[in-house]
Structures are given as C-alpha cells and as structure tokens.
Design a binder for this molecule. Structure first.
Ligand code: UD1
Ligand code: CA
Length: 458
C-alpha cells in the first residue's frame, strides 16, 4: 500500500507575536516542522513528505533547506481543505494519504503506526482525543452506534456540541482516490468562510465509507503550538518524557525538572546528572559517569567512569574513560581526550588530541595541538596557534613537563621527555629529554630606590 504524507504548514501563526514563522520556532532544539518531518520519515513513505507552505514560506524553505521534502506553495490560506488540495497534482491516485500539521510537533511514531494499522485501505482514519478542555478544537460527532458522523468546528458548533470533549486532532489517513474525488467538491459556506478538510467526514458518511478512529497515548502529542505559552508547555512535556525514560533505564537525575535534552542521547547505567545540565545534538555518555551542575554537552561522546565537574561547556569532543574534566572547562570541536586525562579549571582546548593520563590542570589554552601520554602542562600555558592569518600546530611528546606560564609559539615540537622551564616563550623546537628554558635571567639591582610620592600640600 502506497503511503503519501502531506504536512500542513502554511498558516500564519499570528499569536506567536514573532518575526519568525511559527513552524521555525524551536522545541527541544529543533524547529516544530523538523520534529514532524523526522517522525514522518520514520514511516518510510514512498515519496518525500509534501510540505504545504505559504506564510513567510520562502524563509521556511530557505532555513530548512536540508530537509528531504517536497515543497508545495499555498498562495492564499483558504483553509485546511484548500491546503491539502494544493498537493493533489503531486499526490498519487491510489494508496493512502496521511495528513499532519507542521505545528503539532510531538505526534509520535507509535500513534501514526497505530492509525495506519487500524485503517483499512478504503476507509478513512482519524486520530481523536479526549481533552479536559476542548475549547478551540473541532468536535467529534457520533451517532447512537458510536459511529463518527461529522466534525463540527467550534465556531460552527451549537452549545450542546461544544460540551463534547472528544476533539479532532486534524491528523487523518485518507484514501488518495477519495481525496482526488472529494477535495474539488468542498465549499466554504461556514462561519470562517474556509474550505474545511473536516467536511470530508460528512461526505464519507454520505457515501457510506467507513470511518475508524484511534487515540494517542498522551493527549499532549496532538496539541498544536499557537503561542509561546503552549510552546513552553509542550517543551516541558517532552522533557519530562525523556527524563522519565532515562531514569527508568538507570540514570540518576538529581532533578528531572532541571535537565534538558535537545537532540538524541544515549546514557549508560549509573550515570549521575546534577541539575541544570543541557545535552544537545548527539550525546553519548558511558556507564558510571557523573555530570556536574550547569554543564552543557553538545555532540560529545564520553567513555565510562568519566567525571565532568560543574560549569563545563563541552562541544564536539570525544572523551575516553576515566577522565576528569572541569570545573569551568571549555572543550571545543575537534578535541579528543584519551583515557585518564585530567582537564582542570579555566582550561580551553580546541581541535587537539591529548594522550593518556596527561594533565592540563589550570588556566590554559591548548589549540591545534597533539599532546602525548603522561604530559603535564603547567598553569597558564598557551599554545600560540594563530599568527593572525594561519593556524599552526603544536606537537608535544610523551612525558613532557611544561612549566607554568609558558607560551608555545606554533608551529613547534617539544620532544619526548623534555622539560620546559616556567615562564618560557618557546619559538623553536625543544629537544627530547632536555631542559629548555627561554626567559630573561634574573638580576637584582643594588642601591635601587623606589620612586617616592610627592607629599600633598595641606
Ligand atoms: C483544525 C481543524 C479542527 C481541529 C484542529 C486541530 C479544520 C477545518 N479544522 O482547526 O477540526 O480540531 O485543526 O488542531 O480543519 N493550514 C494551512 N493552510 C490553511 C489553513 C491551515 O496550511 O489555509 C495549516 C496551519 O498552518 C496549521 C493547520 O493547517 O498547521 C491547522 O490550521 P488551523 O487554522 O490551526 O486549524 P484549526 O482552525 O485549528
Ligand atoms: Ca490550530
């Protein structure tokens, strides 16, 4: 059975009060529309999902150019029925068409699979939900046999119909052949003078096409984002779901309300995560690690039993097992730390490899460097990797000891086992196993007088 997917995203989003189109607003690090597209892709439709775009559409297309979708313009927003109609020339004549909304970000794969599994080929499937407060939604009208007979928009509903708690989520699975037949017949004689997609339900009833409905596990899945309050509520729901899942898998979260995931994470057992931790992009944390408070990990892989201490910012790094990082460490893209490395406070590392059991404990900048095993980098060491135009490499062999406050002017190589005297400015390669020191020698001046302040006149 051919599955096609149409995602409606042409609406205005006025209530966001934003210069940004609504579907570009972010939830858990991705735009609303990306959430929907990524879930849709997992259903493996035959053709690319079709996005109906309109309001500020070029900006949406431009910003989400990486999405693997086809874009179909709806010039004027004349209603949900009109929106789907724009896709007709692109849609196959057979199979089923799944309709999703670009501003309903949390619809789950599970619910969509359930809809597909329960909707026979020639039937119409609808996702409905029971809401404590159904205000604003189309209500599901059922007959005495509990069969769906219509969807009535709130603005068109009688007072009695408004008391119905079962609502239309707007997510449907519709035979493509019927869409081709029915959409051109829709009219806009209703309170909003729009072409309602929901009118297909009454047409189906009149033509004796069976209608099935399923409900999501959590109603939050089907909630749309119309304003920033709703966006925040859905964000919290999403975060709570992830936090619960992780805790049940053996992760200790000191406070699940102060933990945010903005990407895909995989976290081992007995990992302890303190408060205000943000995980972004692809993050993988091995068994037994601990992550200190106020830490951001973005695109990071961390081996087992590594400790990240408070207030560290780690981006684009591979960190092996049994390392100790922070507090206040900043690790930037392209960094690889071998096992047992120790990175202390106010250390910045960029695009560098640090060998096993090496220590950079305090106040250093290490950029574009390759550092061997069991190296000790003293406090305040700077690799001067940038000459204003080009970046250059620093290479440091195994067992090197770099004294505090050293500048290593790249390109430069420090041989294995070398010692660099504190306060040196190293401009040439330092040989292995020798002490290299490059600083002005100390002298003391006899009879030197410290200048005196003039006494102030009273
Ligand atoms: C629609 C349903 C309502 C349902 C609700 C669920 C209709 C007539 N009503 O109402 O039964 O309870 O969704 O949220 O379908 N859109 C377009 N082009 C348009 C109009 C809308 O792309 O011309 C898109 C919007 O961007 C949005 C979605 O369709 O993503 C829903 O539109 P919206 O105006 O919010 O529909 P509702 O009136 O809420
Ligand atoms: Ca809506």
């Amino acid at each position: 059975m051919t599955l096609s997917i149409v995602i409606l995203a042409a609406g205005l989003g006025k209530r966001m009060h934003s210069a940004e189109p609504k579907v570009l607003h972010r939830l858990a690090g991705s735009s609303l529309l990306e959430h929907v597209v990524h879930t849709a892709e997992k259903l493996k439709p035959q053709a690319l999902p079709i996005i109906i775009y309109g309001h500020q559409g070029e900006l949406v297309r431009h910003r989400l150019a990486d999405l693997n979708v086809s874009w179909v313009l709806q010039n004027q927003q004349l209603g949900t029925g009109h929106a789907v109609q724009q896709a007709l020339p692109t849609l196959p004549k057979s199979g089923q068409v799944l309709v999703l909304y670009g501003d309903v970000p949390l619809i789950t794969l599970e619910t969509l699979k359930n809809l597909i599994a329960n909707t026979p080929e020639n039937s119409l499937g609808i996702v409905t939900a029971e809401l404590p407060d159904p205000a604003g939604f189309g209500r599901i009208i059922r007959n005495t046999k509990n069969q769906i007979t219509a969807i009535i928009e709130e603005k068109d509903a009688s007072e009695k119909q408004r008391d119905i708690n079962e609502i239309n989520t707007g997510i449907y699975l519709i035979p493509a052949a019927l869409l081709h037949q029915w959409l051109p017949t829709l009219t806009n004689t209703n309170a909003q003078q729009e072409f309602y997609l929901t009118d297909l339900i009454s047409i189906a009833v009149a033509e004796k096409i069976s209608i099935v409905s399923i409900q999501p596990k959590h109603f939050e899945e089907i909630l749309g984002v119309n304003n920033r309050l709703q966006l925040a509520c859905l964000e919290r729901f999403y975060q709570q779901q992830i936090a619960e899942k992780l805790m049940l898998q053996g992760v200790t979260l000191r406070d699940p309300h102060r933990f945010d995931v903005r990407g895909d994470v995989s976290i081992g057992q007995d990992v302890v995560i303190d408060i205000n931790v943000i995980l972004e992009g692809h993050v993988s944390i091995g068994n037994g690690c601990s992550i200190g408070p106020n830490t951001v990990l973005r695109n990071v892989v961390i081996g087992e039993n590594t400790e990240i201490k408070a207030n560290s910012f780690i981006d684009g790094a591979e960190i092996a097992e049994s390392c100790s990082i922070g507090p206040f460490a900043r690790i930037r893209p392209g960094t690889i730390l071998a096992s047992k490395s120790h990175i202390g406070n106010f250390v910045e590392i960029k695009n560098s490899m640090i060998g096993t059991a090496s220590k950079i404990s305090h106040l250093s900048y290490i950029g574009d460097s390759e550092i061997g095993n069991q190296v000790n980098i003293g406090a305040g060491t700077i690799t001067c990797n940038y000459d204003g135009v080009n970046k250059h490499k620093t290479t440091i062999g195994d067992n090197v000891f770099v004294g505090s406050n050293t500048e290593l002017i790249a390109p430069v190589t420090i041989g294995e086992g070398a010692t660099i005297g504190a306060g040196s400015t190293i401009t040439r390669n330092a040989p292995a196993h020798q002490l290299t020191v490059c600083r002005a020698s100390q002298r003391s001046i006899d009879n030197w007088q410290r200048p005196k302040k003039k006494e102030k006149e009273q």
